[in-house]
Ligand binder design. Structure first.
Ligand code: NAI
Length: 472
């Protein structure tokens, strides 16, 4: 029976960092080394200011770092020492070439796999942690098999990560399930059991699911596609609510009470963001096209189309409410991260909205409690365009508080559902006092009590709600 004693994780990002930090925390008998090519990222993991914000992450890292948890840029040494290697590198949507804008870019996976093949001096279990198209393990296996010898053997497992940013530590400590896929061969099943033993240090055995490799790879894409589909479904209904006087919160509550549906992921919003949903659905769309299943591809594509529509609809509503022009008007944007409790801005709805406001020549003031100004400038700049950051800086002001952002503003837009923007935490009377009148407020997250803010004097618009609802 294989017993894992030494783990290497390639990729110290949003997934590799928290996942393997929790693993080290729960398995003091296993040495865990997280490696990355980025010196800056590793230096931050070794400092008191970790490179990503996640509630509870600092405690876990500071407890184990230097004991059985290490962060390093020495990728080769960590590979050589390990019995089991998690490949947790980024798999972004391809920007050019075949499948551009849809297929996953597997260059990072391939280069990490090649490195494992080149430098390994003993047998390894190689685990796909990154989200990949179904059958990626086959390509990894071909690379590894070409380099295996009678002394060095490689097994491949798929162990997709289901954590959600913002609740990563909670999700990792108490996962709904852990999924481990393996080739159904003798050595594949032995490797699978070795990883099951690692997880059962803290996860109840019945929550560790074992499947074949391809089911595991596809389940991750399927789970993200279905989660995003629920958001697009409720967002599609939010448009009907606004037009009819139905209230999207009431509809979601009534539907969610059906135990066949469940209440989660039924919150209407300005649209989903994050590095995964869009990328993984497009990945599924591309896979369907490659498999010559155009109707299946169109079905999933619609989830992304609806998400884009929701953002555009929100912007159109803002412009038409502000008397059809926002030129030179000050728009205060509350929140820039793609959701609360994370500093991650990848695919954040805020980026699309603010770019549209800038196109309309509005002045935009942004406040987010966790996102660095440099990140905001980078996200709003167009790649490859000279001096674009300077142009952005002319149109955008980054503020230290919601009050500063709203000062002199014509409209306040809630884009991220940070708790501090709730109406029992932020002094909306103070915000109102500092604004141009009429003072407009657009809630893209169903975060505030519209009635209460209307009493202060705000003109409030909320996604999925019609001001006159229930009165006529
Ligand atoms: P990330 O971009 O934050 O981190 C990836 C890291 O891998 C980077 O720091 C990069 O420098 C490093 N890297 C790339 N190639 C390397 C190589 N050859 N050797 C060493 N380091 C290398 O990405 P993130 O968000 O951690 O995502 C990783 C994977 O996990 C993706 O496939 C993603 O789809 C998946 N995933 C992400 C979730 C999330 O919430 N962010 C949740 C579940 C899965």
């Amino acid at each position: 029976m294989t017993v894992v004693k030494n783990i290497c994780c390639i990729g110290a990002g949003y997934v590799g960092g928290p996942t393997c930090a929790v693993l080290a925390y729960k398995c003091p008998d296993i040495k865990v080394t997280i490696v990355d090519l980025s010196e800056a990222r590793i230096a931050a993991w070794n400092s008191s200011n970790l490179p990503i914000y996640e509630p509870g992450l600092d405690e876990v890292v500071f407890e184990c770092r230097g004991k059985n948890l290490f962060f390093s840029t020495n990728v080769d040494a960590a590979i050589q020492e390990a019995d089991l290697i998690f490949v947790s590198v980024n798999t972004p949507t391809k920007k050019s070439g075949m499948g551009a804008g849809m297929a996953a870019d597997l260059a990072y996976i391939e280069s990490a796999t090649r490195r494992i093949a080149e430098v390994s001096t003993s047998s390894k279990i190689v685990v796909e942690k990154s989200t990949v198209p179904c059958r990626t393990a086959q390509s990894m296996r071909t690379i590894l098999d070409a380099n295996s010898t009678s002394e060095i053997h490689f097994d491949i497992l798929s162990n997709p990560e289901f954590l959600a940013e913002g609740t990563a530590i909670k999700d990792l400590l108490n996962p709904d399930r852990v999924l481990i896929g393996a080739l159904q061969t003798e050595s594949g099943i032995e490797a699978q059991n070795a990883l099951v033993d690692v997880y059962t240090h803290w996860v109840p055995k019945e929550r560790v699911i074992t499947t074949n490799l391809w089911s595991s790879e596809l389940s991750k894409l399927a789970a993200n596609a279905m989660l995003a589909q629920r958001i697009s479904s409720i967002n599609a209904l939010s448009a009907i609510c606004e037009a009819t006087g139905a209230d999207v919160d009431e509809v979601a509550f009534a539907c969610g009470k059906d135990t066949r549906l469940g209440s989660k992921f039924l919150k209407a919003s300005v649209g989903f963001g994050g590095s995964c949903f869009q990328k993984d659905i497009l990945n599924l769309v591309y896979l369907s096209q490659q498999l010559n299943l155009p109707e299946v591809a169109d079905y999933w594509q619609q989830v992304v189309i609806m998400n884009e529509y929701q953002k555009k609809r929100f912007v159109r509503n803002i412009i038409s409410t502000l008397f059809n022009t926002i030129t030179n008007k000050k728009i205060a944007v509350l929140g820039f991260a793609f959701k609360k409790d994370t500093g991650d801005t990848r695919e954040s709805a805020a980026i699309t909205l603010i770019k549209d406001f800038m196109q309309e020549n509005a002045r935009v003031a942004i406040y987010d409690p966790k996102v660095e100004p440099q990140q905001i400038y980078m996200d709003l700049s167009e790649p490859g365009v000279v001096d674009t950051q300077k142009e952005v800086e002319k149109k955008v002001q980054i503020c230290q508080s919601a009050y500063e952002a709203a000062d002199g503003a014509d409209a306040v837009i809630i884009v991220t559902e940070w708790d501090e923007f709730r109406d029992d935490q932020l002094d909306y009377s103070k915000i109102y006092a500092g604004m141009h009148k009429p003072a407009f407020l657009f809630d893209g997250r169903l975060l505030i009590n519209a009635q209460k803010l209307r009493q202060i004097g705000f003109k409030v618009s909320v996604i999925g709600k019609n001001e006159l609802a229930g009165t006529a």
